[in-house]
Each structure stands twice: as C-alpha cells, then as structure tokens.
Design a protein around this ligand. Sequence first.
Ligand code: SAH
Length: 255
Amino acid sequence: MIHFVGAGPGAADLITVRGQRLLEQADVVIYAGSLVNPQLLESVKDGCRIYNSAVMTLEEVMEVMEEAEAEGFKTVRLHTGDPCLYGAIREQMDLLDEKQIPYESCPGVSSFCGAAAALNLEYTLPDVSQSVVITRTEGRTPVPEKESVEAFAAHGATMVLFLSTGLLGKLTSELIRGGYAPDTPAAIVYKATWPEEETHICTVETLEETADQHGIRKTALIIVGDVVSHHHYQRSKLYDPAFTTEYRMGTDQSN
Ligand code: SAH
C-alpha cells in the first residue's frame, strides 16, 4: 500500500497523528526534499529506506513504489503541506491505478493555514471577504487563461498566492490591473511555522520591494486583501447574543 501523506507546512509537530503513525510504520519513505522538514524522517523505524523525490523523476518515484509493493512493503509518499495543492499526486495515482497498486491519502496542514497562523489571521472576516482564492502566477507552469490573477482580483476577495515569490513585480501589476487598489494590504510569509519563519506586512504595490529588502526569493506565500489589516469588519452572527442558532437561543426572537 502507498500512503500519500501531508507533512504539514514545516514544523515537525504539525504533521497529523495519523501521518506520524504511518511514517513510524513505513518500510519506504519518498519525501519531497525541497520543502519537507527533514526532522520528520527521524521518526522512521530502523531499516526504512528513504528517498528524496527532489532529485527524482516521476518514473523513478514509480519504480521505487513498484519495487516496494512487490516486496509487500508499506510506502509513505510524503508531500509538503497538504498533498491536494500543487502536489502532483494525480499523475502518481494514475500510474498506480495502471499498475493496480493500492493507495490512499492522509491530509496535512497546508502552508496557507500555517501562514494564517503565523499572522493570527482570519481569511474570512464578515463584511470584508467570505472567500479565499488559492492560486499562483503563471511561471514555467501555465495557468488557464480564465484563471488569470487579474480575473480573480476583480472579486476583491482574500487571495493566497503559492509559487509566486520570484514574480512579484508581475504579480503586483496583475493584481492592480484586476482591480485591487495599490494600497490594499498584503503580507509575505516566508517559511511559515519553520524556526526561520518571517512575516512582512506591506501593500500590493510594495510586494517586490519588501521581498527584496528581506532577501526572500522562495518558500513564501503572498496574502492579499483587506483581511490582512483586520480593521472594519462586522462581528460574527454565530456569537452575537441576539442571534439564535441550532444550539443557543438569542435575545432577538425575530430571527
Ligand atoms: N502542498 C503544499 C504546497 C506545495 S507548492 C501546501 O499545501 O502547502 C510549494 C509552494 O508552497 C512554495 O513555493 C510556497 O509558495 C508554498 N509553501 C510551502 N510551504 C511553505 C511555508 N512553510 N511557508 C510559506 N510558503 C510555503
């Protein structure tokens, strides 16, 4: 069996309990060496074979999985954050299906949650934004045209940009062209939840200059939207004394 496991955003204790248990039981671990905390590998059992997928092709990863399966081993494929975002898991699963090798997924804490924690941020403030757009700028990997940053920017919702730190000048132009005011609050979160985590609050206009000032070129998330400054929002209905919910009678009997 192959287990796709989310390693979490960085800090070794942010893997799930289930993920940790699978790691401890694994005979083979293939980890995304560019972003997974190597400390996680300390919990594997003696004799576990460890492979770093950062230096491997998809075919090489498959070969390791196939051999492990032939020996009746348990394999953990350890991906950064949650495997469902930019994890390139589907292509692995399709090949495993072809080879009739069983697999399952164990979720992880995505770095966009780690970044919110680093900033004590609520992405969905009432009256400010109730949606989070998770996307990236187009780099060497193309983005479908209808999902351009400009198109999403038109909504003015909270936006979290992965894989975009090297392209901040372009990102700023796209965000402004799409409709965000240049002084819209933004944040750069570098290595969220790692010991070397850095958070920098800036604006849409000053993203590139802020990253340059701090020498940030990769492993960062860009967060854009008024929620970053967390001023001027409405209180939640859920905890409003007047509001009645399934669990609590409110003082205002008209709703
Ligand atoms: N599946 C991962 C994302 C993989 S794509 C997840 O759920 O988080 C890799 C990109 O994720 C990086 O380029 C960076 O933009 C972002 N990233 C991953 N870990 C990060 C961290 N700890 N802090 C900030 N950004 C991170």
